[in-house]
Design a protein around this ligand. Structure first.
Ligand code: HEM
Length: 247
């Protein structure tokens, strides 16, 4: 609320001529909308900020951490990924054109999302009685879609379901799931699919590329594998890796 106040004061004092063009600026604009019908309350503004912070921070943080752990263990994939990154970016910072060309890094990210993705089920309420194949769902019941169970189902992924095998995604998600959209949905499905999906994947691609450009990664002997269910699936004791500068 203090940050919002600061932005408002800058406009009042003439130091700035708008509330900013970032997400917070858009929210402050809506909070100050002259049309009461479109106006956002301060409570909603704060709730939006909390939602974006919680939904965006822990999730991407975990994704990058688990991806690094997988790369530290699977040195062959680390090497393949580094070769791709150097080929595309050299020692320059990743740009959007290069990010679109990455093939190996997205495979690694999807496989990490499959193995270490959202541990909490998606919740839905059944609006009206529905039949799903042989199953009758009465109106008003709550259902929970356990993403992590689906992502670890040997019937969908094979007996090697628990192994880190990015090659599953070599020809994209549709091929990996044999066109079954309900077999892989780390960001949810349908109208309420995560709004941050592209942003999250871009962040992970950039972070992994920049680390691989600079360091060889190996797992510290101090690391204890203990995934913990929280907002995201997080490493209970952190992930201790050793970074060896490449120069
Ligand atoms: C690896 C990273 C992420 C994962 C795995 C993830 C996953 C999800 C999932 C599963 C949902 C619920 C979808 C549903 O109920 O069907 C969701 C919702 C949401 N996510 Fe993400 N998310 C990630 C990153 C982000 C980022 C970076 C942002 C913002 C920049 C974000 C913003 C949101 C918001 C605002 C919602 C609520 C959407 C709604 O209810 O309409 N997420 N996310």
């Amino acid at each position: 609320m203090e940050i919002v106040k600061e932005r408002e004061e800058k406009v009042v004092s003439g130091e700035a001529d708008n509330y900013g063009h970032d997400y917070l600026g858009i929210l402050v604009n809506a909070y100050r909308d002259s049309d009461e019908k479109n106006r956002l309350s301060m409570e909603d503004l704060v709730d939006e900020c909390k939602l974006f912070f919680l939904a965006a921070q822990a999730t991407v943080n975990s994704l990058i951490a688990w991806s690094l752990m997988c790369l530290a263990i699977h040195e062959d994939w680390q090497e393949k990924a580094r070769r791709e990154v150097i080929e595309i970016f050299g020692n320059q910072n990743p740009d959007s054109e290069g990010i679109a060309k990455l093939k190996i890094i997205p495979m690694i990210i999807h496989e990490t999302e499959r193995l270490y993705g959202q541990p909490n089920p998606l919740m839905r309420k059944v609006g009206r009685k529905a039949r799903v194949r042989g199953l009758v769902l009465p109106a008003d019941i709550d259902i929970r879609l356990a993403t992590i169970a689906v992502h670890h189902d040997p019937q969908l992924w094979g007996d090697d379901v628990h192994l880190f095998k990015p090659e599953r995604f070599a020809e994209g998600i549709a091929k990996a799931t044999r066109n079954n959209a309900a077999a892989f949905f780390p960001f949810g499905l349908g109208p309420r699919t995560c709004v941050g999906i592209s942003f999250a994947n871009a962040e992970a691609k950039i972070a992994l590329s920049m680390i691989l450009q600079r360091y060889a990664i190996s797992l510290s002997p101090a690391y204890v594998h203990s995934p913990q269910v929280h907002l995201s699936l997080r490493p209970r004791h952190g992930i201790q890796v050793m970074l060896h500068p490449l120069q």
